[in-house]
Design a protein around this ligand. Structure first.
Ligand code: LLP
Length: 403
């Protein structure tokens, strides 16, 4: 198990200051190996959903370990190419985008999943059978850890509803489209393997309508444990079931399908540590506040999704357990934990948030004109600064002073 020790994290905090995001490359490698092993019978390709963490060094590491990349904007596509990833190993799963982004993606030679009839029609008109294309479907399945991260239900904006199959088929016919991929991503933090198998059933039903179909893309969304007591998605069980499904669908249609997966959290959540310092302790009513030098501008998940991140006081691990509200320094309620047992906290102590690799730094902002934190990568036992902490000029960098 690849983990960074308290003493390594303390040393990094001392060297680079806090707040700081720290990523452990070997943990990403370990998670990727787990997937490759679990899906060894499923003719699977793994595409890292890079929206979770796009630092160019992370993309390069992903490439170095042989993993492909899934992008959710054309800028991510360009970042992936910049990181040296072959266009053939890049997938662009679009949603709600202007057609110009699809044209750009095609010009780069990456695979594209289209999520609206409108863009599919434009695609047909422009490319016809000249470029293969994938379709993102909305299966009307409710799944995921929070409504805000559920994407497959009836009210979701994502994908083309499976009820519109006839319209997809008539575009396929009209423009002689080479639809080579069906994509369904039902949401994030899906523990229940059966959700993926429901998706498989839909693919089984739809496959005969698509003569060029080669890729069955089940999206990402594997749950990772955030609490010590929690279990993530049983990847080995999923791998087994997907393997069985693949045998069944290949035999039924005499084809040789490939399965695609797009994990974000599974690959990078646990590689990340967010190290912060305690600015102030404040006793108020029955609550003891531990006020730390960060806020939801740096880690929005607790306030945005009621997400739980494990926190540890690495400066005083032998301190007597006490209860704290862990809050930030933003001029708005930014509570990371309302009532959390921690080893006694003193001003200046370092508090570490675990599972901070996915959607942590990436969803950060400069709200309250605070600096975005530094980012450090640990690889082969060495730490490297891979993202500088903002400086005052960064706050003004894109502002145009006209007065
Ligand atoms: N594929 C597609 C099409 C997606 O929309 C997503 C995530 C993924 C793959 C990767 O999902 P993952 O394996 O990371 O669960 N910011 C939220 C998560 C939003 C996920 C958006 N789409 C959070 O912090 O929980």
């Amino acid at each position: 198990m690849s983990t960074l020790s308290h003493s390594e994290l303390k040393q990094i905090a001392g060297e680079y200051g806090t707040p700081v995001y720290v990523y452990h490359a070997e943990k990403i490698t370990e998670q990727y190996a787990k997937l490759k092993n679990a899906f060894s019978r499923s003719n699977a390709r793994i595409f890292y959903a890079c929206k979770a963490l796009t630092n160019i060094n992370i993309l390069k590491h992903i490439n170095a370990i042989g993993c492909n990349v899934d992008c959710s904007s054309i800028n991510e596509v360009h970042l992936a190419i910049r990181a040296g990833i072959e266009p053939a190993n890049i997938l662009y799963t679009s949603n709600g985008i202007a057609f110009a982004e699809i044209e750009d993606a095609v010009a780069q030679g990456v695979a594209v999943n289209i999520d609206s009839l409108s863009n599919l029609e434009k695609f047909g008109r422009k490319y016809g059978s000249g470029y293969p294309v994938g379709i993102r479907l909305r299966p009307n399945i409710m799944a995921g850890g929070h409504l805000k991260i559920s994407t497959g239900h009836e009210k979701s904006k994502f994908g083309i509803s499976i009820e519109q199959l006839d319209a997809i088929l008539s575009l396929q016919k009209q423009y002689d489209l080479r639809i080579n991929c069906l994509h369904i991503h039902t949401g994030s933090e899906i523990k229940d393997v059966e959700v993926f198998m429901k998706v498989a059933d839909i693919f089984f039903e739809l496959a005969p309508h698509f003569p060029h179909l080669s890729y069955l893309d089940m999206g990402g969304g594997f749950k990772v444990p955030y609490k010590e007591s929690e279990q993530g998605t049983d990847i080995d069980l999923l791998g087994e079931k997907v393997g069985e499904f693949l045998e069944k669908i290949n035999a039924a249609y005499g084809r040789d399908f490939q399965t695609w997966f797009e994990p974000g959290k599974f690959l990078v959540s646990e590689c990340g540590y967010f190290v912060t310092s305690v600015n102030v302790l404040k006793q108020s009513g029955h609550t003891e506040f531990a006020g730390i030098n960060t806020g939801f501008n740096h880690l929005i998940r607790p306030m945005f999704y009621e997400a739980y991140h494990r926190i540890e006081n690495i400066s005083h691990p032998e301190g007597a357990p006490k209860h704290y509200a862990v809050t930030g320094n933003i001029c708005e309620t930014d509570t990371f934990a309302w009532d959390r047992e921690l080893n006694e906290v003193r001003e200046g102590d370092l508090l570490v948030f675990y599972n901070a690799g996915a959607y942590g730094f990436e969803m950060g902002s400069n709200y309250n004109s605070r600096y975005k934190p530094a980012q450090v990568l640990v690889i082969n036992g060495q730490s490297h600064l891979i993202g500088r902490r903002d400086a005052f000029e960064d706050l003004l960098r894109n502002q145009v002073e006209v007065l």
